[in-house]
Design a protein around this ligand. Structure first.
Ligand code: G1P
Length: 290
């Protein structure tokens, strides 16, 4: 039986240069989609999937992320004194349990693979989930990670969520080639990080949700540089693919790449339209604008 996935890693050390000046003094992961920071949406997805321990790989100027997942006594006191029970309940629901978060720092921006490797001591010798907070996945039923864990419970090994993107965007992502599957779950044959146009094995991209076995850390220890001169998680996965089963899941849901301005703005619209307390009034305002 596959070993249970209890821990999730969130790499949050990136500089967020694409969102300057918004991200000059504030981490990009704290940009809000409706009224929740990006990182909170992604932690929500992990929590819903049953993750028990949340590991953040941070960097300089990211202290506010740590504060976000802690109590804010002064604020809570004021809310209590004013009888704001709804707001208090909301803060309480989002608060991770005592001891269920860990924070470590990536000291230099050496790539996503390096950021993940920085979490090796906190993850230890067990499988873990990896969620990139730039990417939001909106689903009607189970969240993306929960869907992946269902596949993991059946197949074990390593799992990545994939989705088809328009051909001209493939070069921006990690890309997979897959074998014959059941229409939803496929064995992965190969992967390439940010392929040169014309060399891409398919238009199926790696979305930013992974379930990985701890042997990935041994491979990452070699610190080999790949695409863009960075230590890439995709390259480490290519090596792991030679030794362990790897599956791609075509998940059910819609992805927003919030690392791009258009993706981020679209996510705000989509998430607001999915909110019963906002949808009608918001639709009306959008209609007036368009
Ligand atoms: C990273 C991964 C890439 C993946 C992408 C998803 O790239 O390296 O394989 O497809 O996230 O957003 P980045 O966006 O950090 O350049």
């Amino acid at each position: 039986m596959a070993h249970r996935v209890r821990k999730a890693v969130f790499p949050v050390a990136g500089l967020g240069t694409r969102f300057l000046p918004a991200t000059k003094a504030m981490p990009k992961e704290m940009l809000t989609v409706v009224d929740r920071p990006l990182i909170q949406h992604v932690v929500d997805e992990a929590k819903e999937a049953g993750i028990e321990h949340f590991i953040f790989v941070t960097g300089r100027n990211k202290g506010v992320i740590e504060d976000h997942f802690d109590r804010q006594f002064e604020l809570e006191q004021v809310l209590a004194a004013r009888g704001k029970t709804t707001e208090l309940k909301l803060l309480d629901e989002d608060l991770p349990g005592p001891g269920s978060t860990s924070f470590t720092r990536q000291q230099e921006p050496l790539g996503l693979g390096h950021a993940v490797w920085c979490a090796r001591e906190l993850v230890g010798n067990e499988p873990f989930a990896l969620l990139l907070p730039d990417v939001l996945v909106q689903t009607k039923g189970k969240g993306c990670l929960a869907q992946m864990l269902d596949v993991y419970a059946e197949h074990g090994g390593n799992i990545i969520a994939v989705e088809p993107v328009p051909q001209d965007q493939v070069k921006l992502y990690g890309v997979v080639s897959i074998g014959k599957g059941d229409g939803r779950v496929f064995p992965v044959d190969g992967m390439v990080e940010k392929p040169k146009p014309g060399t891409e094995p398919s238009n199926l991209t790696i979305l930013g949700r992974y379930i990985l076995q701890p042997e990935i850390f041994d491979i990452l220890s070699a610190q080999e540089k790949g695409a863009g001169g960075e230590i890439q998680i995709t390259d480490a996965m290519i090596a792991l693919l030679q030794r362990q089963p790897f599956y791609a899941l075509k998940y059910e849901g819609k992805t927003f790449d919030c690392g791009s301005k258009i993706g981020f703005l679209t996510a705000n619209v989509a998430y607001a339209l999915a909110r019963p307390d906002l949808a009608d009034a918001f639709k009306e305002e959008i209609r007036k604008l368009i």
